[in-house]
Design a protein around this ligand. Structure first.
Ligand SMILES: *Cc1c(COP(=O)(O)O)cnc(C)c1O
Length: 421
């Protein structure tokens, strides 16, 4: 459920009209709903009630500081995957003891920043990383709390680019080698092993892969405890999918997911962390764009928008579907028209949807892409020298620009000329 609904024939974000925001900030832009972000966070938080737990928002999904602070103020921790994300979370006021650091390529510099600034734990993904982390911790005279990310060799049955839990994926250590790696880790003086981490992929629409992975984590917990390790924390990753097409069957709810967690690892007495990103932010954001032209091709109509693949790359990158709706609600009896919905970027990959039935549009109509809150703004680029588009946050009847549109001059001035030119 989200808070983007038609009211008297016009689309609203909570109590603010989308047309009003468009008039104030211009198009295209992203708009997020505070109520939706908080609702999704609380669904996870409530799903783990009864377990000692922390919901660490995977901020790579949507990392504007206003979003981070909204969730942080509600009690969320953060899952970060880079120094930039770590510093952004700290800048938004998240205490270090609520930040977990994931990622397969943490550099010594990134590790130093997090160890100095405060960290809940590192999710270590390889033995070379473990060695570097140990060395940096010893150099700083501190002890780094770690979990080790295991790769459970489970098929997440999601898009290949976002599946991470099979043995051929680059993530974690093979679960078959876990005992040896934990034994080695226990000898390193700069580290304190506190638990196990797993994350098998994104946009999972079925609970079975989670159940398989978490069952393996439970077995491993018993084995490692038998080997003498204190396993007190389990980080179970993120990955629960969202309904992108309203016509499709909805993925399982956080409550069902919480039940799987309780059933598989609830008896172990461990503190539980989860790292949802997409489910918190995905349906909490829209991309708002304007029709520039409607152009008739030989056998099809093209709807040409002022948003493009550089603003929202998911359709081009993951063949993703987004529901696309007009901001002004069509009259009930309107007959749909079929469009290829495209952006202005100079490649055919800049296509958002083909043969999409839509109410007829004309130039200057406002269009909304639903479910664009996660992996939208964060994956945007300036391809074709198109400046990054603004982000807006709505809270009840208020809205604020939380990242403004840069001017063309600002974008151009970032280049510097070498002395010989
Ligand atoms: C991407 C990622 C997540 C979040 O995945 P979602 O599908 O957005 O919930 C969580 N943990 C790790 C380690 C990730 O890489």
């Amino acid at each position: 459920m989200d808070h983007f609904l038609y009211r008297d024939g016009a689309l609203y974000a909570e109590d603010v009209s989308i047309s009003e925001i468009a008039a104030a900030v211009g198009t295209p832009f992203y708009v997020y709903s505070t109520a939706t972000l908080l609702r999704h966070f609380r669904l996870f938080d409530d799903a783990l009630e009864g377990l000692d737990h922390l919901v660490c928002y995977a901020m790579k999904a949507a990392s504007n500081q206003a979003i981070i602070k909204t969730l942080g103020d509600a009690g969320a921790g953060m899952d970060v995957v880079s120094q930039g994300e770590y510093l952004r979370a700290r800048a938004a006021g998240i205490p270090g003891n609520r930040i977990v650091f994931s990622g397969i390529g943490k550099t010594a510099e990134e590790i130093r920043t997090a160890l100095t600034g405060g960290i809940r734990q590192f999710n270590v993904e390889s033995e070379p990383e473990m060695a570097v982390l140990n060395a940096v911790a010893i150099e700083l005279g501190v002890i780094a709390p770690i979990t080790i990310r295991v790769n459970p060799d489970v098929d997440a049955r999601t898009h290949a680019k976002i599946a991470t839990g099979k043995s051929e994926n680059k993530f974690g250590i093979p679960i078959s080698r876990a005992r040896a790696v934990y034994a080695h880790g226990a000898t390193l003086k700069g580290l304190k092993i506190i638990g196990i981490d797993v994350h098998i992929g994104s946009q999972l629409t079925d609970l079975a892969p989670f159940e398989q992975a978490y069952t393996k984590v439970a077995e491993l917990t018993e084995i490692l405890r038998g080997d003498g390790h204190e396993i007190t924390r389990l980080d179970l990753g993120g990955g629960l999918g969202i309904p992108y097409a309203h016509s499709n069957q909805a993925p399982p709810l956080p409550t069902d997911y919480g039940a799987v967690i309780k059933r598989t690892v609830g008896h172990l007495g461990c503190e539980i962390e989860i790292e949802p990103g997409r489910l918190i932010a995905g349906n909490a954001g829209l991309l708002i764009t304007k029709v520039i032209y409607v152009k008739s091709g030989e056998d099809r109509e093209f709807m040409i928008l002022d948003a493009a693949m550089n603003d929202l790359i998911r359709p081009a990158m993951y063949d993703a579907h987004h529901d696309i709706i007009p901001v002004i609600e069509p009259a009930p009896a309107t007959l749909p028209q079929t469009y290829d919905i495209v952006g202005p970027v100079c490649e055919s990959g800049d296509t958002f949807a083909r043969d999409r039935a839509m109410p007829p549009v004309v130039a200057d109509d406002l269009i909304a892409f639903r479910s664009a809150g996660a992996y939208g703004a964060v994956m945007a680029s300036e391809y074709n020298s198109r400046p990054l588009i603004p982000e807006v946050l709505v809270n009840e009847d208020q809205f604020a620009v939380i990242r403004r549109r840069p001017t063309y001059q600002e974008m151009i001035n970032r280049d510097t000329m070498p002395a010989w030119l």
